[in-house]
Write a protein that binds this ligand. Structure first.
Ligand code: AMP
Ligand code: TRP
Length: 345
């Protein structure tokens, strides 16, 4: 395949509280990747409206996710940080991808099935179509790497399918327009580490989620030290001490989850954590986890609160990011229109 210059893209929805799963599964990895790649990080407000949103909350949460990016260490000067709706190319390319993707592909998406639930007839068309917009987000920047949590894997496979079908269906026009063999890269997911899937603190078989009715199921990035400590102390566990080997975590979802969280916060892997805490009771381990979580998350929550107090500054960051994003994405859309045979001036 043609060589594409490397670029990272990822998105986070401005819906509800950002939690430890978002932070460890996605945002910390965004921070790490910026050392090696040009990165584009997007607050995906157009994805958010696939389910009902209160306008005041949507605006507040868009700024809050932006604040979380910056407070976690993403540099909006070196990298591009913006909200999706400010760059029209996403919607435009999303429409074009509606005409590339097949009904059958989208019908297999498990996230749609989960989110639509039993009342599928009443789900928005946007919720069904969500993965086409996500593919447009990524491919408008010809992104080669996309860091996400495990739950997004299927959507990234669909993005590759869309890129592949477009490259294939229009191969002659792609070549005659001077783009060689392939116009879009086949994007690589960047998924992994000990916290690719952080589970609920109340039930180790359920994903930690913004929409869980119990606030005790998750640690929010804006929780203070007392809340973090209480939630970890009340987290569900089993009666056994921690094992010394990773194999001993099998069929112990709550223990596995807490060890994974500790490892990710410490920048380590699970075996190293078990090397230290193997044989310990949960009371001891939870005490150490509280200290570590407060040490790592406390400063981020405080910085987020400081940043959201100045919405003017955040809005300037987003406007600057949107202008730089549009410069890249508009060009991709213009090239796609040429490939498709659309007349443009
Ligand atoms: P969302 O809040 O759905 O926009 O998710 C933003 C990012 O956080 C995506 O990359 C998700 O895959 C990731 N994410 C969400 N929940 C979790 C979780 N429980 N564990 C790990 N990653 C997660
Ligand atoms: N679907 C992602 C989520 O719910 C958010 C998202 C939208 C995204 N567009 C993206 C993630 C592009 C990565 C790349 O978490």
């Amino acid at each position: 395949m043609a060589a594409f210059s490397e670029r990272v893209f990822s998105g986070v929805q401005p819906t509800g509280n950002l939690h430890l799963g978002n932070y460890l599964g996605a945002i910390t990895r965004f921070v790490a990747l910026q050392e090696r790649y040009d990165c584009v990080y997007c607050v995906v407000d157009m994805h958010a409206i696939t389910v009902p949103q209160d306008p005041t909350e949507l605006r507040r949460q868009t700024r809050e996710v932006t604040a979380a990016f910056i407070a976690s260490g993403i540099d909006p000067v070196r990298q591009i940080v913006f909200n999706q709706s400010q760059v029209g190319a996403h919607a435009e390319l999303g429409w074009i991808f509606n005409c590339v993707a097949r009904m059958g592909w989208l019908s297999r998406m498990t996230q749609f099935k989960e989110k639509a639930g039993k009342d599928r007839e009443n789900a928005s068309v946007g919720l069904f179509d969500y993965p086409c917009l996500m593919a447009a987000d990524i491919l408008a920047y010809k992104a080669t790497h996309v860091p996400v949590g495990e739950d997004q894997k299927q959507h990234l496979e669909l993005t590759r399918d869309i890129a592949g079908k477009f490259n294939n269906d229009f191969s002659a026009s792609i070549a005659s327009n001077g783009h060689g063999e392939a116009f879009f890269p086949l994007t690589e997911p960047v998924i992994g580490g000990p916290a690719a899937r952080v589970m609920s603190l109340r039930d180790g078989t359920k994903k930690m989620s913004k929409s869980d009715p119990s606030d005790y199921s998750r640690i929010n990035l804006t929780d203070d030290a007392d809340a973090i400590a209480q939630k970890i102390r009340k987290a569900k566990t089993d009666a056994e001490p921690l094992p010394s080997e990773e194999a001993g975590l099998a069929r112990r979802p709550e223990a596995d989850n807490l060890v994974g969280i500790y490892a990710a916060l410490a920048g380590a892997e699970k075996p190293a954590v078990l090397g230290e805490f193997g044989g310990a009771q949960f009371s001891t381990f939870k005490g150490a986890l509280v200290d570590l979580a407060v040490e790592k998350l406390g400063p981020i929550g405080a910085e987020m609160n400081r940043l959201v107090a100045d919405p003017g500054h955040i809005d300037r960051v987003l406007a600057n990011g949107a202008a730089r994003a549009a410069a890249i994405a508009d060009r991709t859309v213009a090239e796609v229109k040429d490939i498709l045979g659309m007349v443009r001036s």
